[in-house]
Design a protein around this ligand. Sequence first.
Ligand code: C2E
Ligand code: CA
Ligand code: CA
Ligand code: CA
Length: 275
Amino acid sequence: AKSEGKATYQFFEPKLDEEARLRRQTELDLRRALHEGGFELHFQPLYSLVEDRLKGFEALVRWNHPERGLVNPVDFIPLAEETGLIIPLGEWILREACWQASQWPEELSVAINISPKQFASGNLAQTILQALSHSGLAPGRLELEITESIFIANVEKTLSTLHGLRDLGVRIALDDFGTGYSSLSYLRSFPFDKVKIDRSFVQDLTTEGNAHAVIRAITTLADALGMETLAEGVEDAGQLEVLRREGCRYIQGFLYSHPLNVSEVGILIDSNGMQ
Ligand code: C2E
Ligand code: CA
Ligand code: CA
Ligand code: CA
């Protein structure tokens, strides 16, 4: 920055100050929300094409901000990651999601997003064990969604953490599949229970001719490796048709349902005649 000259630096300073101030304020707000119960979980239905039924839900966190209303995770998860707040927030999410799921019929599962920092924290297994024992949720009904970015740190350590989690009896899904640099190599390194095909591939289904072939390649590969496939972000019947034909097992997206709050989840479960 020094080489860019003093004038330039001073020119940008007020803006940087303002940004830094905003970040500090947001961090304080997040901390307070954590103590005052300012977060809530929404749940997006996961639908089984093979069984033709509601299979479970993915927990998606929202920040119930006093002035801004419901804030989406893209607007606060990155800061929570940077500041380490993701650890206590992640613990709350695990406890709350397991507790909610323990109120559902037994054939329904819950999927929870685990952030890279949370994954690397060292006490994730302990936190999960506690959430399971407090809620009474069977471990097989809990699925952890991780992204391949967890492999960047240290592959050996990542694999041993994954095996440790698997030993708890929970399921492990690889999220946002296909968006990283070496998705295929990670598929070979660990026996994931499920691969979640990223929304970008599903969106392409309507426009691009060879998008079908990509979906087919992923489902064929996953089948061969004994992994299930779920397609994210399914928004229209045309996409659903292709996914069905290409042997994708689960779907998730606005076509079936938006994320729901807890009372809407109850209504959906009732209307499925599951209670
Ligand atoms: P994700 O794990 O890929 O979650 C799916 C996102 O796609 C959700 O956004 C969901 O509302 C949205 N979505 C679902 N169906 C459709 C669709 O048909 N079309 C479109 N355009 N979007 C759809 P959301 O809830 O805003 O979450 C965004 C991201 O924030 C998540 O992406 C995940 O990476 C992160 N996140 C959400 N909840 C948590 C959490 O509890 N913990 C952590 N660590 N991260 C979370
Ligand atoms: Ca996810
Ligand atoms: Ca995803
Ligand atoms: Ca995503």
